[in-house]
Design a binder for this molecule. Structure first.
Ligand code: CTP
Ligand code: MG
Length: 225
């Protein structure tokens, strides 16, 4: 069996809305429900662990049930950093899970194929990360001066999900300082010296981060509904 941890315990400070972004409605449905629906529909996912803030946890289970998210087995309270929230979610994962996939609740455009291919990658290699190409030319800057151009063919944007064999993620999350400097699980797994398979994802699998992202996500979601 495979488990997905969906982290949705953040405050969404960059979006500057009254309620954390994952609970904002787009086309009449909260962002987090779109995300959960994609994992519900993926045959490679057996169970979902959802991480929410203490402020939002009460009353969410019936909403998920009404939305048909039957794979949602546990809802746990998050931590002060994204990594701490992932750790809390991991502590609730059934240790019988072969693969644990971690996904941002604020990425509602993830496709069922992307989830399946990332889990497949982790089943084959131990660790896999959904990535997208970098399309801009990237410069280095020092003291206000451009000092060089990075070869973008070697660069990828890290998306989610990121998926790992249970023991690899356990090891990555234990003993590390899980503060705001850790923005994804792959960076922890890289520190263990374990190689991670990149899985080509869709650049449209964006994370809702800034106010402008809401309009973009709405227009992309219209293609699905
Ligand atoms: N997240 C979490 N627990 C935290 C911080 C973040 O579960 N303590 C989750 C968010 O809810 C989001 C995902 O991690 O689904 C990606 O994080 P990010 O986009 O940074 O969300 P926020 O931290 O909520 O936003 P901001 O950084 O703008 O405050
Ligand atoms: Mg954040």
């Amino acid at each position: 069996m495979n488990t997905a941890i969906i982290v949705a315990a953040g405050k969404g400070t960059r979006l500057e809305s009254d309620r954390p972004k994952q609970f904002l409605q787009i086309l009449g449905k909260p962002i987090i429900i779109y995300t959960l629906e994609r994992f519900e529909a993926c045959p490679m996912v057996d169970e979902i662990v959802l991480v929410l803030s203490a402020d939002e946890i009460n009353g969410f289970a019936p909403i998920a049930e009404r939305s048909g998210i039957g794979k949602l087995k546990k809802i746990v309270v998050g931590g002060d950093s994204r990594a701490a929230s992932v750790k809390n979610g991991f502590d609730a994962v059934d240790p019988a899970s072969a693969i644990v996939a971690v996904h941002d609740g604020a990425r509602p455009l993830v496709s069922i194929d992307e989830i399946g291919l990332t889990i497949d990658g982790a089943l084959e290699s131990g660790a896999a990360c959904l990535v997208a190409p970098v399309t801009d030319t990237i410069k280095t800057v020092e003291d206000g001066v451009i000092t060089g151009t990075v070869d973008r063919r070697a660069l990828r944007r890290a998306l989610t999900p990121q998926a790992f064999r249970y023991d690899i993620l356990r090891q990555a999350l234990s003993g590390s300082l899980l503060d705001d400097s850790v923005t994804d699980e792959c960076s922890l797994v890289e520190r263990l010296g374990i190689s991670i398979r990149p899985v080509e994802g869709d650049p449209r699998n964006i994370k809702v981060t800034h106010p402008d992202d809401l309009k973009r996500v709405e227009s992309l979601l219209k293609q699905y509904v």
